[in-house]
Design a protein around this ligand. Structure first.
Ligand code: DGL
Length: 277
C-alpha cells in the first residue's frame, strides 16, 4: 500500500487553494469546510480587482493566473476556482499554466446541480455579465443534457446588494422583480451562477415561486473537489481538524467585515493577511 495521504510532508498535507475575486467565494469555502473538515484551506480574495463580473474574459484570465501563482507559490495541492466568472473564463489558462495541479471550477458542478434538479429541462441561469457573455453555463448544461433549454440572466446588481448586506427589503425586491419578472413559465430550475447570489436566495426563491427549485454550485463543487482529491490520493486525514488561512489583495478590515456574512461565521481582521499580486 502506498502511504496514506496526510502524513506530515506528504502532498496530502498541503492546503487546498481557493480563489475568488473577493469575499463571495467564502460561500464555496463554507461548503468545502463542511464536506472536507480534515483539510487545510488557503483562500485568496482578489478584492483589489473586484468585480471580475464586468471585465473582459482576457482580463479575468490574466488576473486569475496571477492569483493562482500566489497560491501555488505558497504550496497548495489543488485549486478550487470559487468564482463563477473566473471559472467561466480562466480554466483553460490555469490548466495550461499549472498542468500538474488539479483545478476545479464551479460551473460544471453548478450545471450538474441544475440538471439533477430540473424535470422540464428548462433552466434559468442567473450570473454576472461576464459569465453570461461567455455562455459557460449554457455549454456545461447542454453537455450534460443536450435537450435542455437555458435562459441566461445577467444580474450584476445582485453582487452589490449582497456586498452591502442587503438580502431582503424594498431594493432587493425591486431588483429581483426587474431581473426575474419575465421568466418563461416552463422554467422549473433557477441556478445561482454567482458566488454572491446565495445571500439573496430567499428573495429570489420567493420571486420565482415555490414550483421552481433554486440551486447553487457550492455543495456540488465541494463534492467534485472531494472526488478529485480522492482520485489523486491527495486527501488529508479526516480525523484531524483543518485550518483556514485567508489572504486578500485589499483591506483586511473590509474583507473580514463583509466576508463573515458569506462565510457564515466570524472572521477576525487579524486573521486576514494582505498580499499584493
Ligand atoms: N465572484 C464573482 C462570480 O462568482 C462575483 C463577483 C465579481 O463580479 O467579481 O462571478
Amino acid at each position: 500500500m502506498p502511504p496514506r495521504t496526510g502524513a506530515p510532508g506528504s502532498p496530502g498535507a498541503s492546503p487546498i487553494g481557493v480563489f475568488d475575486s473577493g469575499v463571495g467565494g467564502l460561500t464555496v469555502l463554507r461548503a468545502l469546510i463542511a464536506s472536507l473538515p480534515g483539510e487545510d484551506f488557503l483562500y485568496l480574495g482578489d478584492t483589489a480587482r473586484l468585480p471580475y463580473g464586468t471585465k473582459s474574459a482576457q482580463t479575468v484570465a490574466r488576473y486569475s493566473v496571477r492569483a493562482a501563482e500566489a497560491l501555488v507559490k505558497r504550496g497548495i495541492k489543488a485549486l478550487v476556482v470559487a468564482c463563477n466568472t473566473a471559472s467561466a473564463s480562466a480554466l483553460p489558462a490555469l490548466r495550461e499554466r499549472f498542468p500538474e495541479l488539479p483545478v476545479i471550477g464551479v460551473i460544471e458542478p453548478g450545471a450538474r446541480a441544475a440538471c439533477d434538479a430540473s424535470q422540464s429541462g428548462r433552466i434559468a441561469v442567473l450570473a454576472t455579465e461576464g459569465t453570461v457573455r461567455g455562455g459557460a453555463y449554457l455549454d456545461a448544461i447542454l453537455a450534460i443534457r443536450p435537450d435542455a433549454h437555458v435562459t441566461q440572466v445577467a444580474a450584476q446588481i445582485f453582487v452589490a446588494l449582497a456586498e452591502e448586506g442587503w438580502s431582503e427589503g424594498e431594493a432587493v425586491d425591486a431588483v429581483t422583480e426587474r431581473y426575474l419578472a419575465h421568466l418563461d413559465a416552463r422554467i422549473d430550475t433557477v441556478v445561482l451562477g454567482c458566488t454572491h447570489f446565495p445571500l439573496l436566495a430567499a428573495a429570489i426563491a420567493r420571486r420565482v415561486g415555490p414550483s421552481r427549485q433554486v440551486v447553487d454550485s457550492a455543495a456540488t463543487t465541494a463534492r467534485a473537489a472531494s472526488e478529485v482529491l480522492e482520485s489523486r490520493q491527495l486527501r488529508n486525514s479526516p480525523l484531524r481538524t483543518g485550518e483556514v488561512r485567508l489572504l486578500a489583495t485589499d483591506s483586511p478590515e473590509r474583507f473580514a467585515r463583509v466576508g463573515q456574512r458569506f462565510l457564515g461565521s466570524a472572521i477576525a481582521e487579524r486573521n486576514v493577511e494582505a498580499i499584493d499580486l
